[in-house]
Design a protein around this ligand. Structure first.
Ligand code: PXG
Length: 465
């Protein structure tokens, strides 16, 4: 595991990387100054870098490597499929066995009447598909003006023009001429940061009712769909108060609004059920899937839609599709991943073993002087860093300053735990054992202690007015 496979010194690789490789969500200055960490291989929950360090990946890549790294079965499935049929498309009345088998498997796993899959190459593409699906659905039903999609501030639904418009990331909307028309955003159910004097339950209801207010304001016959992540991931693992989702469901039912659950992170076991919708008790009409579908071993995503939508869309020609919709190699890898998740009972392991063990330790972090609230659902958790827990204070420094210091300490201690503003987040592979979690917490405690010392030393342990 510690063998270094690259043949160049790290500094040379970093210089070449900074010279020619444009990274997502990064600045040149950062890449050239420090150089990117070069990841060379991975096994289980550990990454190795070009310096031979062993890094505990408590983010499962980007929330996706659900079964852990290094499963040969997936590599073998890919190689077999590449030899047999490396590519064919699913346009023009053609199909192939991997796409057939995967669509069938997904309709078996997905709850209720979610029985039909439109494949894409990623979560962003799948959400672009969803925009066109829901608008086409209502148009086919004689309501072309029912085309507004409601989403939430601080949601993440992807990085393409359509999906980033659905997302509610201000920094993304500031670049490149988005959002597209007829997307409307309501507030997120983030009690810690935005709940003010309300109790969490009261706040959850108030935030859900913003959906109803928006529908009434925009017009019931104008609103096509509401999209949300069952637990907001990239926004900082924001878990809604318990009152939130039942009220959202009631409102969607009452006004005939299609509910799109973006399961790109929550799907495939992360919340302790196959889908986050099951954990949150909601009945979506469409689910967006990607990431854990293949545990990140191959790029694939899709939309799982219910019988009614499939029927309405199928009655017309849906002028939409991607070269790689249902790509046979990606589909074969996803099938093998789902086989492993099922046969090794990994979702049960999350629900019965890993998540309860993790939850106890995670929630105990609130006794650390830097930590305010600790939220966790299944294998996705967040902590809010604060200079004063009793008042849920924000730091006086610019948002994210403290989170970044903490993340730097984590990286230095060979732990991938990320920051979103001044929240720290984890989303480890689902296969973690209690012993892995113990090791993770040794590193978390060390990193938090070092961050606290550093923040105190710099005089940053101060609340904003
Ligand atoms: N929906 C959700 C809920 C996501 O989290 C997407 C859609 C888009 O999927 P693709 O496959 O197009 O990336 C995502 C992706 C982060 C981070 O920093 C999160 C994502 C992607 C990249 C970075 O937390 N989520």
């Amino acid at each position: 595991m510690s063998t270094i496979t690259n043949h160049m010194p790290t500094a040379d690789l970093q210089a070449l990387d900074a010279a020619h490789h444009m990274h997502p969500f990064s600045t040149n200055a950062d890449l050239s100054k420090d150089g990117a960490r070069v990841i060379t291989r991975a096994k289980g929950i550990y990454l190795s870098d070009s310096e031979g360090e062993q890094i505990l990946d408590a983010m499962a890549g980007l929330w996706c490597v659900n079964i852990g790294y290094g499963r040969d079965e997936l590599a073998d499935a890919a190689a077999r499929q590449m030899r047999e049929l490396p590519y064919y498309n699913t346009f023009f009345k053609t199909t192939h066995v991997p796409a057939i088998a995967l669509a069938n498997k997904l309709s078996e796993l997905a709850p209720g009447d979610l029985n039909h899959v439109f494949f894409a190459g990623s979560g962003s593409e799948a959400n672009d598909t969803n925009i066109r699906l829901v608008r086409t659905y209502w148009a086919e039903k004689g309501q072309p003006d029912k085309n507004i999609i409601i989403s939430r501030h601080n949601a993440y639904h992807g990085s393409s023009v359509g999906s980033a418009s659905l997302g509610g990331m201000a920094g993304m909307h500031a670049q490149g001429g988005i959002p597209i028309p007829n997307v409307h955003h309501i507030n997120q159910p983030n009690w810690w940061a935005e709940g003010g004097d309300m109790a969490p339950e009261e706040f959850g209801l108030a935030r859900a009712r913003e959906l109803e207010e928006a529908i009434l304001e925009l017009g019931e016959n104008r609103v096509a769909a509401f999209i949300a992540e069952p637990v907001q991931g990239a926004g900082g693992v924001i878990v809604a108060p318990e009152t939130y989702w039942p009220e959202i469901q009631r409102i969607c039912d009452k006004y005939e609004i299609l509910l799109i659950a973006d399961e790109v992170i929550c799907g495939f076991g992360r919340t302790g059920s196959w889908f986050g919708s099951q954990t949150m008790g909601i009945r979506p009409h469409i689910m967006t899937i990607a990431k854990g579908l293949s545990s990140g071993y191959a790029p694939i995503g899709g939309s799982i839609v219910n019988d009614d939508i499939a029927k309405v869309i199928g009655d017309t020609e849906f002028n939409h599709g991607y070269t790689y919709s249902g790509h046979p190699v990606a589909a074969a890898v996803a099938l093998e991943n789902l086989r492993i998740l099922e046969e090794e009972r990994i979702v049960d392991h999350v629900r019965d073993v890993a998540a309860p063990y993790l939850k106890k330790k995670w929630e105990a972090l609130t006794s650390h002087p830097l930590v305010g609230e600790a939220k966790i659902v299944g294998m996705m958790g967040s902590i809010a860093l604060t200079p004063d827990k009793s008042s849920r204070a924000k730091f006086a420094s610019e948002a994210g300053t403290i989170g970044l210091i903490c993340r730097e300490r984590c990286f230095a201690n060979n732990l991938i735990m990320r920051h979103v503003g001044d929240r720290m987040i984890i989303s480890p592979p689902l296969i973690v054992t209690p012993a892995d979690i113990d090791e993770m917490f040794l590193r978390i405690h060390k990193s938090l202690d070092e961050a606290h010392a550093e923040i105190t030393k710099q005089g940053l342990m101060r609340a904003a007015n």
